[in-house]
Design a protein around this ligand. Structure first.
Ligand code: GRF
Length: 207
């Protein structure tokens, strides 16, 4: 399967996914990296590893000469699945419509708790600690037209410790994110996702 990964930052999830494609744990290839920030760590890693980088939104100068059309670009790369990994911009509606049930996002809380526009980065972990919740963890969900509201596909839990800091909790969750995203994308590439009649997606374990 041909994967597009979208990042805005350091891209540690992207690196974990890419490493898993190289080792054969994921039966797919990252064929393009999309970013809104050409100088981010994820973009640098992609360039070092020979993965084409597409800037979106495009730089102002480029917008005049080229159509600002991500759908066309992804079609050119024959992308099967889109993986958002720390991509902080809302995905254009046209893209969601062109890739129904084929765009995933990872969020660092147990959705539907602590999700939505205001919850990103350390804010999520600060809010979790302040709420007194005893568990947190990453959620992988399908992307729809809103922030963090698409169907939940997979979650994992980590404990929230009595005197936790947002930094420590973030690191604990992020460690789990890398493993979860790799497992989910492996399942995706092996067509091991099934849909329950009520619209809930489930992952079938390997035989
Ligand atoms: C992760 O915590 C992810 O859940 C959130 O943004 C962070 C990205 O981290 N959406 P990285 O860029 O993959 O290191």
């Amino acid at each position: 399967k041909r994967l597009a990964v979208f990042v805005s930052g350091g891209g540690s999830n992207f690196k974990a996914i890419h490493a898993a494609t190289c080792s054969g744990t994921i039966l797919g290839d990252v064929v393009v990296l999309v970013t809104n920030k050409g100088s981010c760590g994820g973009a640098a890693y992609a360039k070092e590893n020979g993965i084409p980088v597409v800037l979106f939104p495009r730089a102002k100068e480029e917008q005049q000469s080229l159509p600002n059309d991500l759908v066309t670009t992804l079609r050119e790369f024959k992308v099967d699945f889109i993986l958002l990994a720390g991509y902080l911009k809302l995905i254009p509606v046209e893209l969601v419509q062109h890739y129904p049930k084929r765009i995933l996002n990872i969020h660092p809380s147990l959705l539907p708790a602590f999700g939505g526009k205001g919850y990103y980065g350390q804010k999520v972990h600060r809010a979790v600690i302040a709420s007194g919740a005893r568990y947190s963890g990453p959620t992988i969900h399908y992307v729809d037209e809103e922030y963090d509201t698409g169907r939940i596909l997979a979650q994992r839990t980590v404990p929230v410790h009595a005197f936790d800091t947002p930094e420590k909790l973030a690191a604990r969750v992020l460690h789990e994110e890398h493993q979860l995203y790799v497992d989910v994308v492996a399942a995706l590439c092996e067509d091991r996702i099934i849909w329950r009649d009520d619209g809930v997606p489930l992952i079938q374990s390997k035989e």
